[in-house]
Write a protein that binds this ligand. Structure first.
Ligand code: FE
Length: 308
């Protein structure tokens, strides 16, 4: 097993203002599968090809946004090692006991310099992907909506980009697959960080305010699936942001839209496989339009200004 330490973006807890409307969106339109309702009203969802219990938790609240993003680490030794390394670097780490989230082992929670709450965990009950492990089909029955195969990544906006990138790279061991810098290359504006083989598991854009949530992204198989996503957005009168189009960064196909509370979702396809010896790509700010929206070659106003 070559992938050690932080393995992947594991789950995200998103605040929604109306759980009924949110569940319709996340299950019938986006096509996640509802796995469990917690005693505290939170709802746990997964994408179809994930074996773990959940990758999205919805919590009803007065304002939208992201409560926390959690990364799965290889085992409990890693969990303890990362706790020590975080504390040695001055980060306060809170231990969350086994079972506080449904079907989830102990977690370590901390706030990163951009103000986002991040967690690490090693254990989650596996519920399978709806197919047998022996001689499976290629997809299970009963898929709905856009039916992404997995939760892929989040994009987060915050002020101390350098601090959060340093924490993720130097302590948690993620690598910068791509970065955006000012034309004089003195200031990093964006960082796309990978834990293993995806082009990114989490990305950051420098912005004035702390703890802003730009989007959670879900992986679909192909460009044709993005057309299905676009059809469903129109059919269900979902608020579209932009797309289908393509990113220069990651080379992935994309469509952005909003849940009923105004949280941005993305469905995403393609992108390259990242290996640790792949050189980092750099985009200069004057090419930011092409980096984010390769075909339009300019940013839409929403992309820069709308976060939750
Ligand atoms: Fe994205």
């Amino acid at each position: 097993m070559a992938i050690t330490g932080v393995q992947r973006a594991g789950f995200v807890q998103i605040r929604v203002q109306d759980m009924k409307a949110a569940l319709h969106h996340y299950t019938e339109v986006l096509g996640l599968i509802e796995v469990a309702k917690g005693g505290d009203g939170r709802v746990y969802l997964k994408a179809w090809d994930e074996h773990d219990h959940h990758s999205v938790v919805l919590r009803e609240a007065d304002a939208p946004g992201m409560d926390r993003m959690a990364f799965k680490v290889a085992d409990n030794d890693d969990l303890n090692d990362f706790e020590t390394r975080l504390e040695d670097s001055g980060v306060t780490v809170t231990r969350i006991p086994d079972g506080e989230d449904e079907a989830t082992g102990e977690r370590r929670q901390f706030v990163i310099p951009t103000g986002h709450t991040i967690e690490l965990y090693a254990e989650m009950e596996q519920v399978g992907n709806g197919m047998p492990l022996d001689n499976p089909e290629v997809w299970p029955d009963g898929l709905k909506g856009m039916h992404p195969s997995r939760f892929d990544h989040c994009l987060l906006y915050g002020d101390d980009l350098d601090g959060s990138v340093k924490l993720f790279t130097e302590i948690l061991g993620l690598r910068i697959a791509e970065q955006v810098v000012t034309p004089d290359r003195k200031l990093m504006i964006g960082a796309f960080l990978t834990a293993a083989t995806k082009p990114h598991d989490v990305a950051f854009i420098r912005s004035p305010d702390k703890d802003r949530f730009h989007h959670a992204s879900f992986f679909v198989e192909s460009w044709n699936d993005l057309q299905l996503c676009a059809d469903l957005i129109t059919k269900n009168k979902v608020k579209l942001d932009i797309g289908p189009t393509r990113h220069g960064i990651t080379r992935g196909g994309t469509i952005y839209f909003f849940d009923p509370s105004g949280n941005r979702n993305e469905t995403f396809c393609g992108g390259y496989i990242y290996y640790p010896d792949r050189p980092m790509l750099t985009w200069t700010e004057d090419e930011l339009g092409r980096a984010i929206f390769y075909y339009d070659r300019q940013l839409n106003e929403n992309f820069l200004s709308v976060t939750t």
